[in-house]
Design a protein around this ligand. Structure first.
Ligand code: FE2
Length: 295
């Protein structure tokens, strides 16, 4: 039996308010751990922008090129000033369209979503080498050691723009609750002194909360467990080129096993603005811990 995680929508316009057929609010679909999939929603490139579908714009230091707002330079990119200006404009346009999309689909989040970075990923997934912790071909929920969320949700919009028509291939795992149940008991207890020290030394962007600690433990314990990787409930899904999908990547277990050329926009949502907070990772982990995990 499949996991039934993908929810397709017929939307053809990045601004759902402009679409001929209105899409009803989808906060509860997203919050229940589904992947909202838009097979008819490509990110359109201008003819002169197709040249950016190449690895040569990456400066080789980071695997992704990131756009961090109108007034900040691109990070991870190389090229002439004119090239970089054009690439900057392309990523800004995607960032803006992704915002229109999520505001239209999730009206309850409209004024409270924080715009995170936009990332262009020109590298091939296949054959990339990394440590087990950074190996995103293993099932995981997103949790970044140096970037604590303090309970804020990670909402992400992805678009596959592979020019050769190659799909972005994911494995999607079991729901968050059984995943957390499997690993919570094996998790180390949080060490507040360590969190304080890491913050003081500038190793984290803010103080890691106990919630961040447990999310990191789930990420690591799940990735390390090769038997879990192979035998836990999961399904493979291919996102064709020219399609878009939206998930809470801190809730949906995912592994990226193939593809090249993708755009991704991150948004952060304070947990108090969830329509059904009980379904989210914070509430589920607090229930398991028997205490609050954020101050
Ligand atoms: Fe991820």
């Amino acid at each position: 039996m499949g996991l039934d995680v993908i929810r397709p929508f017929d939307l053809k316009h990045w601004d759902p308010k402009e679409a001929a057929e209105p899409t009803s609010p989808q906060e509860l679909t997203l919050e229940s751990g589904k992947v909202l999939f838009f097979p008819a929603l490509p990110f359109e490139l201008a003819p002169q922008e197709t040249r950016f579908l190449s690895e040569r714009w990456s400066n080789g230091k980071t695997k992704n090129i990131s756009y961090r707002g109108d007034h900040a330079p691109l990070k991870g990119a190389q090229g002439t000033a004119d090239d970089l200006l054009e690439l900057h404009a392309m990523l800004a346009r995607f960032s803006h369209q992704a915002r229109q999309l999520v505001e239209g689909l999730f009206p309850a989040y409209q004024n409270v979503l924080k715009q995170g970075f936009t990332s262009f990923r020109p590298a091939r997934v296949e054959g990339r080498r990394s440590s087990w912790r950074q190996d995103d071909t293993r099932l995981h929920v997103d949790s970044f050691p140096s970037n604590p969320t303090g309970g804020e949700r990670l909402l992400r919009v992805f678009t596959n723009l592979n020019p050769a028509g190659r799909p972005r291939v994911w494995r999607i795992g079991e729901p968050f609750r059984p995943h957390a149940q499997r690993f919570f008991k094996a998790a180390e207890a949080p060490r507040p002194l360590k969190a304080w020290l890491m913050d003081t030394m500038g190793l984290t962007k803010s103080r890691r909360t106990d919630y961040d600690h447990y999310m990191g433990q789930l990420h690591d314990l799940g990735k390390k467990d090769l038997l879990y990787q192979e035998t836990s409930p999961q399904e493979r899904f291919e996102f064709p080129s020219g399609t878009t999908w939206v998930v809470f990547s801190d809730q949906v277990l995912h592994a990226v096993i193939g593809g090249q050329f993708m755009l991704e926009q991150t948004f952060k949502l304070p947990p108090a603005h969830l329509v059904n907070p009980a379904a989210g990772p914070l509430a589920i982990l607090e229930e398991m811990a028997g205490r609050p995990l954020i101050p």
